[in-house]
Ligand binder design. Structure first.
Ligand SMILES: Cc1cc2nc3c(=O)[nH]c(=O)nc-3n(C[C@H](O)[C@H](O)[C@H](O)COP(=O)(O)OP(=O)(O)OC[C@H]3O[C@@H](n4cnc5c(N)ncnc54)[C@H](O)[C@@H]3O)c2cc1C
Length: 415
C-alpha cells in the first residue's frame, strides 16, 4: 500500500474544507484534500450570509467568485399572509459586509475546489476516508481511491470538514443528537419568470406558512429559483401522489407560492431530506479538529450553515498552523467557545422562530428601528459581535420582547 506524508489532511471539499485548506497553504504548510464525491455534486445550502464573505476573502476566493456572476443578495424578506418584513443588510448594527450571494452549490463548491487546486493544493476526488488511527497528534488515514485501491496518508494534523459525512464523529462514536426536534424538507428548483413581480431576485424570501411550517425562496442568476418547504414530517403526509404531485399541491396551498410557482416547471424532481440536526461530544482532539457541519448543523431557517462552515474552517486552520509552528493552543477557549457562541446564538433564533416569539418580533407592525438593526446583524451572520445586545443576550431577549409586542397589539385591538 502506498503511503503519503503531509502536514495537514483536510477531509471534504465543501466550503469549510476549501477555506481551511487555503489558510493552511498560505501559512506555508503542506496540505492535501480528499473528497468522497466527484464534482460538481449537488448539495443544499444556497443562500449565503454576508459574514461568510470575510472568511471567503481570507481564503482568497472572492475574485473567482465575483467572476461567476452569482445572484447578489442584499437582504432577507419575511412574508406571512399579507404581512411583509424586509431586512436590508446595509441597515444593520454591526459594521461589515452588507452583500453576499445566492448560489447553486454545485457551481459554488466547484469554484472553491478549482481555486484550491490553482493554489497547488492536491485535491483528490472520489477518494473516501474509511479509517483513521492516531498516535499522539500524528495520524494515519486510510482512503479508498477512485480505482478501488487503498492508500495511507500520514499527517501531523487532520481537519475534518466532511459535512453530513461526519467522518471522525462516526469513526470514534462522538455523535450526539441535537436538542432540536427532527424536521423534514421537500424542495426543488423551479423556472421563475414571475420573480420581478415580487420585488426580487436580490434577496431571499422566507414565508411563514403555518406556525411550524415555512418556505424558502432563493432566486439564482440563472432565472431558476430554489423553493423548499420545511415542517414536521407529519405535514408532508397530508399530501398524496408522486413527489412532483405532492410538492405541486403543497406549493398551491400557500397564496404566495401559488401565485409565483403554481404553474412553474420543475427543474428537477423534488427531493426530501430529514434528520439534519446532529452534534458531537467534542470539536477537537489530539491531532484533529472538526469544522463546519461536522460540529453541528441546526436548521436551515436563517441560512447559517455555510457561514458557520467557512468561519469555523478559517478559525480552525489558523489555530492548526499556530500549533504546527510550536505554539500551545488552548483549543477550548480559542476554538470551541467562539464556535459555540455563533452556533448558540443561531440556536436561540431558530428556537424563537419555531416557538413564535421571533415571528411576532419580525412581523411587529411598528418595529423599533434600533432593535431591527440589531436583529438584522444576526440575520447577516454577525453572531460574534458581543456589543450587539441581540447577540450578547441571545437566549434572554426574544421572549420578553415578543411579550411586549403582543401586549401592545392587544392594547391596540382594545382601543
Ligand atoms: C434543508 C437544508 C437547507 C439548507 N439551506 C442552507 C442555506 O440556505 N444556507 C446555508 O448557508 N446553509 C444551508 N444549509 C446548510 C448547508 O447545507 C451546510 O451547512 C453546508 O453545506 C456545510 O458545509 P461544509 O463544508 O461543512 O460541508 P459540506 O458542504 O457538506 O461538504 C462536506 C464534503 O465532505 C465530503 N465527505 C463526506 N464524507 C467523506 C469521506 N468519508 N471522505 C471524504 N470526503 C467526505 C462530502 O462529499 C462533501 O463534499 C441547509 C441545510 C439543509 C439540511
Amino acid at each position: 500500500m502506498t503511503t503519503e506524508y503531509v502536514d495537514v489532511l483536510v477531509i471534504g471539499a465543501g466550503p469549510s474544507g476549501s477555506v481551511a485548506a487555503s489558510i493552511v497553504k498560505q501559512a506555508g504548510y503542506s496540505v492535501k484534500m480528499v473528497e468522497k464525491m466527484q464534482f460538481p455534486r449537488f448539495v443544499i445550502g444556497e443562500s449565503l450570509l454576508p459574514r461568510c464573505m470575510e472568511a471567503l476573502d481570507a481564503a482568497g476566493f472572492l475574485p473567482a467568485l465575483r467572476a461567476q456572476g452569482f445572484q447578489e443578495k442584499f437582504g432577507a424578506k419575511f412574508v406571512k399572509g399579507d404581512q411583509v418584513a424586509d431586512f436590508d443588510f446595509s441597515n444593520k448594527f454591526t459594521e461589515g459586509w452588507s452583500q453576499t450571494w445566492q448560489v447553486p452549490r454545485a457551481n459554488f463548491d466547484q469554484v472553491l475546489a478549482d481555486e484550491v487546486q490553482r493554489m497547488s493544493i492536491p485535491l483528490e476526488f472520489e477518494t473516501e476516508v474509511t479509517a483513521i488511527q492516531f498516535d499522539g497528534t500524528d495520524s494515519t488515514t486510510r482512503v479508498t481511491c477512485p480505482d478501488g485501491s487503498e492508500k495511507e496518508i500520514k499527517a501531523r494534523f487532520i481537519i475534518d470538514a466532511s459535512g453530513y459525512g461526519r467522518v471522525i464523529p462516526r469513526l470514534f462514536k462522538l455523535d450526539r443528537p441535537s436538542n432540536l426536534p427532527g424536521r423534514k424538507t421537500m424542495f426543488a428548483h423551479f423556472e421563475d419568470p414571475n420573480r420581478f413581480l415580487f420585488d426580487e431576485p436580490n434577496r431571499i424570501t422566507v414565508i411563514a406558512h403555518r406556525p411550524d411550517v415555512w418556505v424558502w425562496v432563493i432566486p439564482f442568476s440563472t432565472g431558476k429559483t430554489s423553493v423548499g418547504f420545511v415542517a414536521n414530517p407529519s405535514f408532508f403526509e397530508e399530501f398524496e401522489g408522486t413527489a412532483e404531485q405532492k410538492l405541486r399541491a403543497i406549493i398551491q396551498s400557500n397564496d404566495y407560492t401559488n401565485q409565483r410557482f403554481g404553474d412553474s416547471a420543475f427543474v428537477f424532481e423534488p427531493r426530501t431530506l430529514e434528520g439534519w440536526s446532529v452534534t458531537t461530544n467534542q470539536f477537537f482532539g489530539e491531532g484533529f479538529v472538526l469544522t463546519g457541519n461536522v460540529t453541528e448543523f441546526l436548521d436551515p431557517i436563517f441560512s447559517s450553515g455555510v457561514t458557520l462552515a467557512t468561519v469555523s474552517g478559517h478559525k480552525a486552520a489558523t489555530l492548526v498552523c499556530r500549533q504546527l509552528a510550536g505554539e500551545t493552543i488552548d483549543w477550548q477557549r480559542e476554538y470551541v467557545e467562539p464556535t459555540q457562541q455563533g452556533v448558540n446564538t443561531f440556536r436561540s433564533y431558530v428556537m424563537g422562530w419555531y416557538d413564535g416569539s421571533l415571528q411576532d418580533i419580525i412581523f411587529a407592525p411598528n418595529p423599533d428601528p434600533e432593535i431591527k438593526k440589531q436583529i438584522c446583524s444576526v440575520l447577516a451572520g454577525y453572531v460574534w459581535d458581543l456589543n450587539n445586545p441581540f447577540v450578547r443576550q441571545h437566549s434572554r431577549v426574544l421572549k420578553p420582547l415578543a411579550n411586549i409586542i403582543r401586549m401592545e397589539a392587544e392594547a391596540d385591538a382594545g382601543r
